[in-house]
Design a protein around this ligand. Structure first.
Ligand code: NAD
Length: 389
């Protein structure tokens, strides 16, 4: 069949197997061209392994440091005439390439929040790796069912404490407008912390410890976004920021049990992913950031960020901020870049958008998440949606 993008709001409901495989290959190329990354952590578990920062982490550890990996993600399988989720294609493309390079790669597709998937993952660790030295937690989900009481919580992306009015962008039409978002209720804020906070991370570490599959001196990383003052009202000071603050609490709790170096939150830069495109205001900030960082020669996507994390920041004793976080958002948050972003933000309108920001590149990055708009791929060619090379 011929597979084309079908975009509904901030999601694309189709994905292209050849485009996804090409994306995976290009990320692998980025790492291998830069050369080996010294690391003793050769047995890696990546939670949220199929797209965005999790996929980049699996690629960097495998192809940079020669690690064997187990990945966990939530996917839609393909049908005879129905494409799979992009993550399903990415997982298959990754496994094929990792195994061809002589690395072990097992993937569990299911709900990482559930006890069943935790148990299945522990069995896979025992069978394939024995233990794990590194656990990367990179889940981004709008919903979580608490395995203890079966209650399903939904996260909301809202301000906290009071309403927020901000500029926003309709990425489909290119229209810049003002939105007002009402603050979350206490119940909504608490639900968001349940979904995107640190509780499930702690449950994973506790389950792995109890099963005896955590190596001595293991390290666990969990990814956060702190971001620019421009997005603080909706993000850092909103419900998602509250959930992310809970990661700092969880990291400290894990360190208390397992040692001072066992867990760190890593602050990463804003990139276009399925998760970030759903956040109001953030796509407008993203179109600006893409343009300004490119002009400054500092443009980075997930693979560049995660390569820099493992190649530079995690060598030796990592430098930590006052909350014991590792910072890879240093370029985005540099005073020079933030000053330029703030200046342009004030001048942004529908009319000035094409001069000040880069919506075409943002759209291209969005399509690439699903294997479309990937250079060198012949989209007119008939493909079997069940096959990925
Ligand atoms: P993403 O949407 O690209 O990836 C999310 C991953 O989680 C996917 O592999 C998905 O399959 C998996 N997942 C979701 N629900 C699941 C479930 N129930 N069970 C198993 N797997 C599940 O997201 P991303 O942007 O790469 O985000 C990853 C982390 O990085 C998040 O914590 C996010 O807050 C953080 N982060 C993102 C940005 C950004 O700009 N995108 C910036 C800084 C930090």
């Amino acid at each position: 069949m011929i597979i084309e993008p079908k975009i509904r709001g901030f999601i694309c409901t189709t994905a292209h197997p050849t485009g996804c495989a090409t994306n995976v290959q290009r990320q692998i190329d980025h790492v291998t061209i830069k050369g080996a990354i010294p690391s003793d952590r050769k047995r890696v578990l990546v939670l949220g392994c199929s797209t965005g920062y999790g996929l980049a982490s699996r690629i960097v550890t495998t192809f940079g440091s020669g690690a064997d990996t187990i990945g966990v993600s939530f996917e839609r399988e393909p049908g005879e005439t129905k494409p799979a989720s992009a993550g399903w294609y990415n997982n298959r493309a990754f496994e094929n390439r990792a195994r061809a390079a002589g690395r072990k790669a097992a993937t569990i597709e299911g709900d990482a929040f559930s006890d069943a998937v935790k148990a299945e993952t522990i069995e896979a660790i025992k069978a394939n790796l024995g233990q794990v030295d590194l656990i990367v937690y990179s889940l981004a989900s709008p919903v979580r069912t608490d395995p203890k009481d079966g209650v399903t919580y939904r996260s909301v992306i809202k301000p906290y404490g009071g309403p927020v009015t901000s500029k926003t962008l309709n990425t489909g039409t290119g229209e810049v407008s003002e939105i007002s978002v009402e603050p979350a209720s206490e119940e909504e804020a608490a639900a968001t912390v349940k979904v995107m906070g640190g509780e499930d991370w702690e449950l994973w570490i506790a389950a792995l410890a109890e099963a005896g599959v955590l190596a001595d001196n293991f390290l666990s990383l969990n990814y956060t976004y702190l971001g620019s003052e421009l997005t603080w009202p909706i993000y850092h000071k909103g419900t998602l920021g509250k959930a992310k603050a809970d990661l700092d609490r969880a990291a400290a709790a894990i360190r208390t049990v397992h040692g001072a170096h066992a867990a760190h939150v890593v602050a990463l830069k804003a990139v276009v992913t399925q998760a970030s495109s759903a956040i109001p205001v953030v796509p407008l900030y993203g179109t600006l950031l893409i343009k300004v960082e490119d002009e400054m020669g500092l443009g980075e996507g997930p693979i560049q960020q995660i390569d820099r994390l493992f190649r530079d920041k995690l060598q030796g004793d990592p430098a930590l901020d006052e909350e014991s976080r590792i910072r890879v958002d240093d370029w985005e948050l540099s005073p020079a870049m933030q000053a330029e972003l703030a200046k342009r933000w004030g001048a942004l309108t529908t009319e000035t958008l094409s001069d000040l920001a880069d919506l075409p590149k943002y759209r291209e990055e969005f399509l690439k998440l699903f294997g479309f708009a990937v250079g060198g791929v012949d989209y007119s060619k008939d493909v079997d949606p069940r096959v990925v090379d």
